[in-house]
Design a protein around this ligand. Structure first.
Ligand code: SF4
Length: 621
């Protein structure tokens, strides 16, 4: 096979222990099996990382990887993937982030970068048009992510860690412009390598294989992005915070450490309140027509408007209904380099432990006074903050409360309570990195976030069709995270098609609930296929594209099984399985769904991909 276009087909491999730099060529065969982004990052981790290493040791490899879309005009494609073995969960994890770094890395001549080893002192990596230098960064150690990027923006586009990453907080992030690679402690891995930041700049052109074909596909794709109510209007107007009303009223927004289903202050933290009272303007990833991020006035300061996840975990979850306060915390979390989901999760857990007399602390639901200090204490690992910095799972191992320690495989649960969307529960239980909402966002079809109160496609409760949808959406997300299309493109690309758009909703609902195999087999992926064929220069059809996602999901599961993951880990916190007394909740029948899920995946009864599956998907070829 000839070279695949839209890539440089080169990945930097930097060893910070020996300060050596080499280049790895990516073959067309590997490219076709894994594309780029998450898929290629995972394949490199599989090939170069030894099983059972300590995530904070020099043996861990941090990979940053772009997709074919980076540096082109493909909609919402300039994000990139960060992957490594997570210090929070001890298994493999990926995080996705915007900012300009991915484009600059690609334009400097590399599709991605692997970083291994550990520097003896703080350093920064400089990449400029193919040249790489490793420079002393001792004078920047301790700076927050915003001040650092602001003071050194002349040097190019940065990814950087804040004090939390330097102090090896297990849920610290990597910042890229105003966005963060937020989950699973990527910042701590960078900190463990004594790497403060990486800057890239370059002026190479990304070569599109078939410009005419790409432009034709682009025109259709853009039209759909504009036409869909979510990407054409709602996300621009309300951002992801639009979910507050939708999910708050569907009983899936976390409240009081996931112990209640409704929050009385919901309207006070809604996107509509942000729009009406905080003078917001849009911002977002470069080249994205949607621009879902917003900057607004909070406490008379211009601050990034918090996303849904931050409002959910730092707001309703802690019983705090003040947007100014949440926006100030959001700013501190971003500057210090902390994941807002895990921070809100672990503080909420500590509040409930305190309330139950199992922990002595000043933390109290609804009382925002001590939270500023707790955030700082976590980032600098002071006092109780040092223990909170280890995450909910480890904290519960010391103080008890495992029944209401809300994590899966060590990752704190995102902002969707599975008792109001049982398929999302199966998604959390089986997602490779733990309780993420970014691996099969089934809650979106089990509730009705955009439908103005009409019934959802799948029933929020029960088991019918759930395993089918979780498998399908997990595979689709693996594919889009490897081709690098923002997940928001799924709305227009999957839904702005005649079969979906013009079929009456009751019929769609009937088919999805009762004939999921037909519903999913006929889901239109033609926009992804057309854009990628135009970019890369070979015809990529629906079957091949779907199989890429399936392959990536199974390879990661196989790697996690090597780390000790099995059926025993595919579960939910006891609270989510048994405590269903609230309005809108029902028990998550996990065992029933899990059996079906394993069968659909072709895994054995202990949750291991069988040799037949590995062979069918050309994993371990
Ligand atoms: S929709 Fe939002 S997150 Fe996605 S690419 Fe656009 S600006 Fe970035």
């Amino acid at each position: 096979m000839t070279d695949i276009k839209a890539f440089n087909n080169k990945v930097l491999d930097i060893d910070l222990t020996t300060q050596s730099v080499s280049i790895r060529e990516i073959s067309a065969k590997v490219r076709r099996l894994y594309i780029g982004g998450k898929g290629l990052a995972l394949k490199l981790l599989h090939d170069y990382i030894k099983p059972r290493i300590d995530p904070l040791s020099p043996d861990n490899i941090l990979v940053m990887m772009t997709g074919p879309t980076a540096g082109t005009t493909a909609p919402s494609g300039n994000r990139f993937t960060v992957m490594c073995k997570s210090p929070l969960t001890g298994i493999f994890a990926a995080s996705y982030v915007g900012g300009k770094f991915g484009i600059s890395l690609k334009k400097s001549g590399y599709d991605g970068i692997m970083i291994r080893g550990r520097s003896p002192m703080p350093v920064a990596i400089h990449i400029e048009n193919g040249n790489v230098t490793i420079r002393d960064a001792s004078d920047s150690w301790g700076m927050d992510t915003v001040d650092f990027q602001e003071s050194r923006k002349d040097e190019g586009d940065w990814v950087v860690i804040g004090p939390a990453g330097e102090n090896l907080v297990k849920f610290s992030v990597i910042a890229s412009d105003k966005r963060v690679a937020g989950r699973c402690g990527m910042g701590a891995v960078m900190g463990s390598k004594n790497l403060k930041g990486i800057v890239a700049q370059g002026n190479r052109k990304v070569v599109v294989a078939d410009p005419d074909r790409f432009q034709k596909a682009l025109k259709i794709a853009r039209k759909k992005v504009r036409a869909h109510d979510n990407t054409g209007r709602r996300l621009r107007e309300l951002g992801t915070a639009q979910n507050v009303r939708a999910f708050g009223s569907a009983s899936i927004m976390p409240v009081r450490n996931f112990s209640k289903s409704r929050f009385a202050g919901m309207e006070d933290i809604s996107a509509e309140r942000i729009r009406d009272q905080h003078k917001v303007k849009n911002h977002g990833c470069p080249g994205c027509p949607i621009q879902c991020g917003r900057i607004g006035k909070f406490n008379n300061r211009e601050l990034i408007s918090p996303e849904y996840e931050t409002i959910a975990l730092m707001g309703s979850n802690l019983m705090v209904g003040n947007l100014n306060t949440i926006a100030e915390w959001n700013d501190r979390l971003n500057r210090l380099g902390l994941d807002s989901i895990s921070t809100g999760g672990v503080i909420g857990f500590a509040m409930e432990l305190t309330e139950k007399g199992m922990l002595k602390s000043d933390l109290k639901f609804g009382d925002s006074v001590n939270i500023d200090k707790t955030i700082e204490d976590i980032a600098y690992r002071r006092g109780l903050g040092d223990e909170l910095a280890e995450g909910v799972k480890r904290f519960s191992e010391k103080y008890g409360g495992e029944d209401f320690a809300n994590h899966v495989k060590g990752l704190e649960i995102a902002g969707y309570d599975p008792r109001g969307c049982s398929g999302q529960g199966l998604g959390y239980a089986t997602a490779n990195c733990g309780a993420t909402h970014l691996s099969g966002a089934t809650h979106a079809v089990e509730t009705d976030p955009l439908g103005g109160g009409e019934k959802s496609y799948l029933s929020p409760h029960g088991t019918k069709a759930k395993a089918h949808f979780v498998v399908f959406l997990q595979n689709i997300m693996e594919m889009t995270n490897s081709a690098i299309f923002c997940l928001q493109t799924q709305y227009p690309f999957l839904e702005e098609n005649p079969a979906y758009k013009y079929t009456p909703k009751p019929i769609l609902r009937f088919v999805m609930r009762n004939l999921p195999v037909i519903a999913l087999a006929t889901t239109d992926l033609s926009d992804y296929c057309a854009l990628m064929s135009g970019l890369m220069g070979y015809k990529i059809g629906r079957k091949e594209l779907y199989q890429v996602g399936d392959r990536i999901f199974n390879l990661e599961r196989y790697m996690n099984c090597r780390e000790g993951i099995s059926k025993k880990d595919d579960t939910l916190p006891r609270r989510m399985l048994t405590d269903v007394g609230e309005n809108g909740w029902a028990s998550v029948e996990l065992d029933t769904m899990l059996k079906k899920y394993y069968r659909l995946r072709g895994w054995d009864e202990n949750g291991r991909p069988t040799a037949k599956v590995l062979d069918r998907l050309s994993i371990l070829y």
